[in-house]
Design a protein around this ligand. Structure first.
Ligand SMILES: [Zn+2]
Length: 216
């Protein structure tokens, strides 16, 4: 008899699937995963992570997720659930919630406090920063009000994302190592131009974005 009766199958992707190498056998054949949930420092970070995860069954990237706060194994967690429009799979992701919740700042973008992301590696943050930066037109004068708002948000997001890359660099360290990039996408960015993941270059990019944003 199935353990869960006749309920429709739902797929729960605790992002810890990536960490299953750490799983241990409890002696009874059951896998116990220590340090279960990865931290999502803000809702913005969790939503960006989800946006970058295609449906594992059909590859669609269009899932709309709704979030609730739940308790998982005694830990406060954000649960994001959505129905894949491509194949109908119920996709659920759970993240640990930080002890101190950062409110979204007005007029800028912030993905988290000053600790490195547990959801995305530095290469992915740089890749995403580049994408957002490329959405900012050189000439703002031609934009209508809505276009200006969108462009300003893209610029603020590009700035916040490059700040995320810098959080991976320990104080006094100039260069990120390739091993800091734990995903294929992150390593591809690193391999293309490792010099971009140095403090000097990253700070220059950050300052350029910050100056443009100030002048916007
Ligand atoms: Zn799907």
């Amino acid at each position: 008899m199935p353990l869960h009766g006749s309920r429709a199958p739902a797929v729960v992707y605790r992002v810890i699937d990536r960490c299953h190498d750490n799983a241990v056998d409890d002696g009874g054949g059951k896998r116990v995963v220590p340090e279960a949930l990865p931290l999502a420092r803000t809702n913005a970070e969790a939503r960006l992570f989800l946006q970058l995860q295609p449906c594992p069954r059909c590859g669609s990237a269009d899932c709309v997720f709704r979030s609730t706060v739940v308790t998982v194994d005694g830990v406060l967690a954000g649960r994001y659930r959505g129905d894949c429009p491509g194949c109908g799979t119920v996709r659920t992701y759970e993240f640990r919630v930080p002890d101190e919740v950062l409110p979204p700042p007005a007029g800028t973008v912030r993905f988290g406090a000053d600790i490195p992301s547990e959801l995305m590696d530095p290469g992915v943050w740089l890749w995403y920063s580049d994408i957002c930066g490329s959405r900012v037109p050189a000439d703002a004068d031609t934009l209508d009000e809505q276009g200006r708002r969108a462009a300003r948000h893209a610029l603020a997001t590009a700035l916040a994302a490059v700040e995320e890359v810098l959080k991976f660099l320990p104080s006094g360290v100039e260069r990120l190592t390739r091993s800091a990039c734990t995903t294929e996408r992150g390593r591809a960015i690193y391999d293309r131009e490792p010099a971009r993941l140095t403090r000097t270059r990253l700070e220059a990019v950050r300052d350029a974005y910050a100056q443009r944003l100030e002048a916007w």
